[in-house]
Design a protein around this ligand. Structure first.
Ligand code: GRF
Length: 198
């Protein structure tokens, strides 16, 4: 069975990108293949890890690329060169613009550290802690033009303990993210394959 090439977009630590890459190395991401990594932060850890793993990287700041539209046009060409069929935003800290959306809407998913629609935007983990609730979670959803909007694909709840700090809660959120994102990537890639074979 052919693999489905995916692009992982990341702007920071890249623990989710790394998890996907490591799963593929262990033959546990089938039918997905991490073909490329894209970043708007050339110095970030996600880029460094992908380079070490010999994954082709496209990384530039928007300013270096000539602005957001030019950045996205160059990225779309890069993705097409590598036959990318699914874009996975995993800690990509930019709102996607119309150039990328036009090329990949319906084939672009985002990971967010809350049970959307609760706590959209930045610092979702801090927002959940400040709200004094007992449960938050993680979401993977299709990307649309709105911030952390778009149809939800899957969610995992994560309990908030009374003793939790941002650090302890973030650690459990990340574990849940690694599990959920890899499961969704495998499933969405299978669906893409099935649809293409019909
Ligand atoms: C994750 O919590 C993700 O939900 C959010 O950014 C974080 C990225 O983490 N969008 P990492 O860079 O994969 O470690």
């Amino acid at each position: 069975m052919d693999k489905v090439s995916i692009a992982v977009f990341a702007s920071g630590t890249g623990s989710n990108a790394r998890h996907l890459i490591e799963l593929e190395r262990a033959n546990a991401l089938h039918p997905a293949h991490v073909a490329v990594l894209v970043s708007d932060q050339p110095e970030c850890q996600a880029v460094a890890f992908a380079r070490l793993a010999n994954i082709p990287v496209w990384a530039k700041k928007h300013k270096e690329a000539g602005g957001k539209e030019a950045f996205e046009r160059a990225v779309v060409s890069f993705l097409q060169e590598h036959d990318v069929r699914l874009v996975v935003l995993a800690g990509y800290m930019r709102l996607v613009g119309s150039v990328l959306l036009d090329a990949y809407e319906g084939r672009m998913i985002n990971l967010h550290p809350s049970l959307l629609p609760a706590f959209k935007g930045l610092d979702a983990i801090g927002q959940a802690l400040d709200a004094g609730i007992q449960q938050t979670g993680v979401t993977v959803h299709y990307v649309t033009a709105g911030l952390d909007d778009g149809p939800v694909i899957a969610q995992t709840p994560v309990a908030i303990k009374p003793t939790d700090t941002k650090e302890t809660l973030s650690a459990r959120i990340h574990e849940a993210e690694h599990e959920l994102l890899s499961e969704v990537v495998r499933t969405v890639c299978l669906l893409l394959k099935e649809n293409e074979e019909k």
